[in-house]
Each structure stands twice: as structure tokens, then as C-alpha cells.
Design a protein around this ligand. Structure first.
Ligand SMILES: [Fe+2]
Length: 218
């Protein structure tokens, strides 16, 4: 079935309508699969950076967060969790790769006994196994992460790419994995832009403060 072309404003209005009932992965997925967001309406939220992929907030309330992620060739996320979120990804431009992982164990599983987030993290012996690797192409299938499949990595191997991400509920941190060291850690999430305006870059710590941190860490 042909997808219906709509603006990002209309898209968000429809997403917000899900807040009237119980939000399910498949309910939002059916809607996302049925529409194509117009490039022109999305343009104010498209920013590329040479160093990192950019997270550009378009809408956020207590239940939903909608953003674009803009990817230069070769840019990728860390392997990460979603803290029990439901996530939908619409490939808008270009092609992305997605690798899904399964958690096999670690030396601090008790750190998962925490309220509000999925894990305190901090293990140095995390074992993950690749479940599958798929490609997401513009105009193609909408991909999801959910409570059963929560660990993945996204990467752009091709031309500059743009994807639309819907998250419920919004989160400000996740667990990320250093695959070489088998280490996991809590990672703060930040926006490159909000509502079309680039965020100021965080100030680097003054030299005397970073010296103190270095000394304290020894
Ligand atoms: Fe993700």
C-alpha cells in the first residue's frame, strides 16, 4: 500500500493522539508504516556534524520524544540499551545498518535491580551475542526496539542519512557497551539541536579542574 505523505507537524499530532489510550509497539508501528514524512517539513531539524551523528529534538512530552538523527558516512552509535523504552525508527534518507544483540550475562547482574532505569551498569565482563544484522532503507520498513529486543547498534555505511526516531517514554541516559573491554557504563544523552535551534556546546572543564579529577582518579 502506498504511504501517505504528511508534514512532521501532522505526524506529531497523530503520535500525540496515541497518548489517549495504551501505547503499544504495534499500534504506533502500523501508523508509522502508513505514512511518509515530507522532506521539506523536516528540513529545519536536519543538521550534520563531521565528528558525531546528531540528535535533533522535534517534540518531547512525558510520554513521547520525536527526533531526527543525521548521520555522515561511517558514523555509528555505541552498542546500547533503551531502558525499557519502545522505539520506532523511520529511515527518511539514505541507508542504515542495525545490529541487534542479546545479553548473555555479566559479573554484576544484581545491578539490574533498580527502579526507573534498566541497569546501574559497571560490569567489566559483559557477554553479548549478535542476534541479527539488517539494513534499513529510506521508504522501507519501520524498525523497532522493544522490551524483548532492547540492545543494538546503528551505523551509516553509505551516503549521508537521516532517520526519524520516536521513543516512549523519553530517556536521558542509557547503558552503553565497550565491546573490546566487555565493559558497560551509563551514558548521558544530549541533543545537537532542539526545535530547530542548535544547542550551545558544553564548555570544556578548566585545566585546574581536570587536573584535580586526574589526581583524584589515581
Ligand atoms: Fe537505539
Amino acid at each position: 500500500m502506498a504511504k501517505r505523505l504528511i508534514s512532521i507537524d501532522d505526524f506529531i499530532a497523530r503520535i500525540r493522539s496515541f497518548e489517549q489510550g495504551i501505547i503499544t509497539r504495534d499500534g504506533v508501528l502500523d501508523f508509522c508504516d502508513s505514512v511518509q514524512v515530507s522532506d521539506s517539513s523536516l528540513e529545519p531539524y536536519v543538521f550534520f556534524d563531521q565528528k558525531f551523528y546528531t540528535r535533533n529534538m522535534i517534540y518531547r512530552d512525558d510520554l513521547f520524544e520525536v527526533m531526527t538523527i543525521c548521520w555522515q558516512p561511517g558514523q555509528k552509535t555505541a552498542v546500547h540499551t533503551h531502558n525499557g523504552q519502545l522505539c520506532w525508527m523511520i529511515p527518511q534518507r539514505g541507508n542504515l545498518g542495525v545490529v541487534d544483540y542479546k545479553w548473555l550475562g555479566c559479573d554484576h547482574p544484581e545491578n539490574q535491580n533498580v527502579v526507573g532505569i534498566d541497569c546501574l551498569a559497571g560490569s567489566d565482563h559483559t557477554k553479548l551475542e549478535v542476534v541479527r544484522e539488517i539494513e534499513a532503507c529510506a521508504g522501507g520498513t519501520v524498525l523497532t526496539a522493544d522490551k524483548l529486543q532492547t540492545i543494538h547498534r546503528l551505523y551509516n555505511f553509505d551516503e549521508p542519512a537521516v532517520s526519524i526516531h520516536i521513543y516512549s517514554r523519553p530517556i536521558d541516559s542509557c547503558v552503553a557497551f565497550d565491546m573490546e573491554k566487555q565493559h558497560c557504563y551509563r551514558r548521558q544523552l544530549a541533543y545537537f539541536s532542539k526545535l530547530g535551534i542548535v544547542e550551545p556546546k558544553p564548555e570544556p572543564a578548566p585545566a585546574h579542574v581536570s587536573n584535580l579529577v586526574t589526581i583524584a582518579a589515581r
